[in-house]
Design a protein around this ligand. Structure first.
Ligand code: ATP
Length: 223
């Protein structure tokens, strides 16, 4: 497991894209996004709710509700940005299209990384145009307690081929490296568990921000 290299702080800043269903956003996502800005030289994190997830069940909350919860959750965090770009596109959400647009916006030299949990990363061989992803961005793969499933040989080969070497940092290249990162705080929280609690009329407090929980209660979501 590669840990943060202190030298990164001296390099130019990274832009991160952290996509998800966010049904609902929770402290596993939020604390990860915030800690990334503390351990890496990050200038902005785009949190991107997907329209229709390509590889999962369809969300219970609408796109508008998921975006509203995200906005409530990150209010006042200056480096975190609720990016509705996938919600403005019709059809299923392909991360690669979002990354093509971000690359256009930031230019070819900007170090750009997509953040994803280990559980999502091991599904990468099934993603649309996955070989194009690493031409566009780096991948930052977060440890996720309770979801550290076995990787296939294909995933292990990908990790080996793109691993960051000792003399490199993510900021020294615009794209093409995979960085496995263990953040200081890790939480065994999932949106599935939160939805199950709420469906069973049990409290989900402390797993997600109170502002988000109040919104869920007012809208009668996940009951
Ligand atoms: P669900 O339980 O509905 O599948 P989820 O909790 O996995 O949802 P997503 O919105 O699907 O949340 O996740 C978006 C991204 O955030 C994925 O890359 C996922 O691996 C990562 N992620 C989710 N929860 C955590 C967590 N507790 N710690 C680290 N990463 C997480």
């Amino acid at each position: 497991m590669v840990k943060y290299a202190a030298d990164d702080a001296k390099m130019s800043s990274l832009v991160l894209m952290f996509g998800g269903t966010f049904d609902p956003i929770h402290h596993g996502h939020l604390r990860s996004a915030l800690e990334l800005t503390q351990v890496l030289p990050v200038k902005k994190v785009h949190l991107v709710p997907c329209q229709r997830p390509a590889h999962k069940d369809q969300p219970k909350a609408t796109a508008e509700q998921r975006l509203a919860m995200l906005r409530l959750a990150i209010a006042d965090e200056s480096l975190l940005f609720a990016d509705d770009c996938e919600l403005r596109r019709a059809g299923p959400s392909w991360s690669v299209d979002t990354l093509i647009n971000l690359r256009k916006d930031y230019g070819n030299q900007q170090p750009l990384a997509m953040v994803l949990g280990w559980d999502a990363f091991i599904g990468l061989p099934n993603w649309s145009r996955n070989e194009r992803l690493l031409e566009l961005v780096h991948l930052i793969v977060l440890e996720r307690p309770g979801q550290m499933y076995q990787a296939t040989d294909e995933v292990l080969q990908l990790l080996e081929k793109h691993k960051l070497t000792a003399d490199e940092t993510l900021a020294t290249h615009p794209a093409g490296r995979i960085f496995r990162l263990s953040l200081p705080s890790t939480f065994e929280i999932s949106a599935t568990h939160i939805r199950k609690l709420l469906a069973n009329n049990l409290s989900a407090r402390y797993l997600l921000p109170d502002t988000v929980l109040n919104f869920i209660n007012k809208q009668g979501l996940y009951r």
